[in-house]
Design a protein around this ligand. Structure first.
Ligand code: 4AD
Ligand code: MG
Length: 431
């Protein structure tokens, strides 16, 4: 008997096959019984006609419980009404591993309980759909840069330098060399590799000891960061447009079933086409004040401000040229207004907030050194980074896309914690 995965059943209509998987639900009338099972590649309904199954199978069916691991044998039948288009007319079922009192039943559970059972919750339909969309996005990211001739250069996770913000570091003792930090960003390192390859990106986990307990913050999240030589802030925003359109288009094209499972409204996603609207930070402040906000020029935008700004648009929104003081030390000073920098955040529509932060980099040695000192950072630690401005300094720009926020937005789910298999939050390290 050939073992077939549910996704491959369409190649086996009329054949007798065996499918292995886990029991989702069962129901039975006196003469016919049904088992919905899943094997990770899909869901399958197996139908057991009492008069036709092998001896003992009917009794074994009666012992099936949620998440028991089973091996079901039967004939594959095409059926337009069935999920996936195929059904199994089963003749036998064998329980290969029992599952007693699976904690997550189809009824509603509270989030705290589900998070505590995250290792099992991952098997639920919605969680499966989210994970598959995440995987599609990761693949789309790699394909996008590969097809454009970027070289993937991975940045270290253990670092001696602060990447973004001294207040948000995870530190660990590193042998005799003092403190090492878990990377907040790979950017500084890929600025070096950009001078070796021209167009590079890194994509890996990053860490922030942020005390923010919001639906947008994790302490460990994945970030994709491209860095491009001879590209200014406008080139940088064009790359972001192309990149986001590519990702969204790819999910719409290849993950329609998952989007349907999540009941995602497709219209806002179909609307993600370039160019995206652009406003300056100063205009953003004026717009917020006009809406009654008491925010003053110089303050960073909070989550509520971002939501209020993005509401006026039905595409991702670029907010450019923030005040120097609220942004990282490496951003290039704006020659037209030195109070500000040549940066942009990209705010997702539908209230999802900042999904990308990017900028042109300060390529002037003296200005960069001055920013390092002004922020109380140790210039010795950044000596190698300053070298990049000493030996063939070059105009360059890049950005970081937060994977989990992007997945939350594309899936249309309210909280970032469901976008990664095992989320790390201030109050969560289990499972
Ligand atoms: O704006 P950020 O801090 O930018 C950087 O780290 C730059 N070095 C990137 C670069 O230019 N190469 O972070 C980039 C993105 C944010 O827009 C957000 O999507 C995500 O990373 N992000 C977080 N996601 C989840 N939890 C957190 N605590 C996050 N902090 C940032
Ligand atoms: Mg940011």
């Amino acid at each position: 008997m050939s073992l077939v995965r549910i996704e491959d059943l369409r190649h086996h209509a009329g054949d007798t096959v065996t499918v292995q998987g886990w029991v989702t639900t069962t129901r039975s009338s006196g003469k016919i019984a049904f088992c919905v099972m899943r094997d990770g590649t899909g869901y399958l309904q197996a139908v057991f006609p009492k008069a036709e199954v092998v001896e003992g199978a009917w009794e074994r069916f009666a012992t099936l419980t949620q998440e028991a691991c089973v091996s079901v044998t039967g004939v594959v039948r095409e059926d337009a009404r069935a999920p996936g288009g195929y059904e199994l007319t089963a003749s036998d079922v064998v329980v290969t591993a029992p599952s007693v009192d699976f904690p997550i039943s189809p009824k509603e559970h509270g989030t705290a309980f589900l998070m505590e059972n995250r290792h099992l919750w991952l098997r639920s339909r919605k969680q499966v759909a989210i994970a598959r969309i995440r995987s599609e996005i990761e693949q789309a990211i790699h394909d996008f840069y590969y097809e454009r001739g970027f070289i993937r250069t991975d940045a270290p996770i253990l670092s001696g330098a602060i990447g973004e913000d001294a207040g948000e570091l995870f530190a660990t003792q590193y042998f005799d060399l003092g403190q090492a930090y878990l990377a907040q960003t790979g950017q500084l390192y890929i600025e070096a590799t950009a001078a070796a390859h021209g167009k590079v990106y890194c994509f890996g986990p990053t860490f922030r000891a942020e005390k923010s307990k919001t639906r947008r913050h994790l302490t460990e999240f994945w970030m994709c960061e491209p860095e491009v030589a001879f590209a200014d802030t406008n080139d940088n925003m064009r790359l972001q447009e192309d990149f986001l359109c590519h990702i969204v288009g790819r999910v719409l094209e290849r993950r329609p079933e998952e989007l349907k499972e999540l009941e995602r409204d497709l219209a806002p996603l179909q609307n993600v086409t370039g160019p995206f609207p652009r406003i300056t930070y100063s205009d953003a402040i004026t717009a917020l004040q006009a809406q009654g906000s008491d925010i003053q020029w110089g303050a960073d935008l909070g989550a509520d401000d971002e939501t209020a700004l993005a509401k006026a648009y039905d595409k991702p929104l670029f907010v450019m040229n923030y005040p120097k003081e609220v942004k990282a030390f490496y951003m290039k000073e704006n020659p037209d207004d030195p109070r500000t920098v040549l940066n942009n955040d990209c705010l997702a529509p539908e209230g999802y907030g900042e999904i990308i932060g990017g900028s042109q980099r300060e390529d002037d040695y003296d200005k960069l050194l001055q920013r390092i000192n002004a922020q109380g950072l140790d210039p010795a630690t950044y000596s190698w980074y300053l070298d990049l401005r000493k030996y063939g300094g070059f105009v360059h720009s890049g950005f970081g896309l937060g994977l989990e926020r992007t997945v939350a937005w594309i899936c249309g789910i309210p909280h970032i914690r469901e976008t990664i298999a095992f989320p790390r939050q201030i109050h969560r390290l289990y499972p």
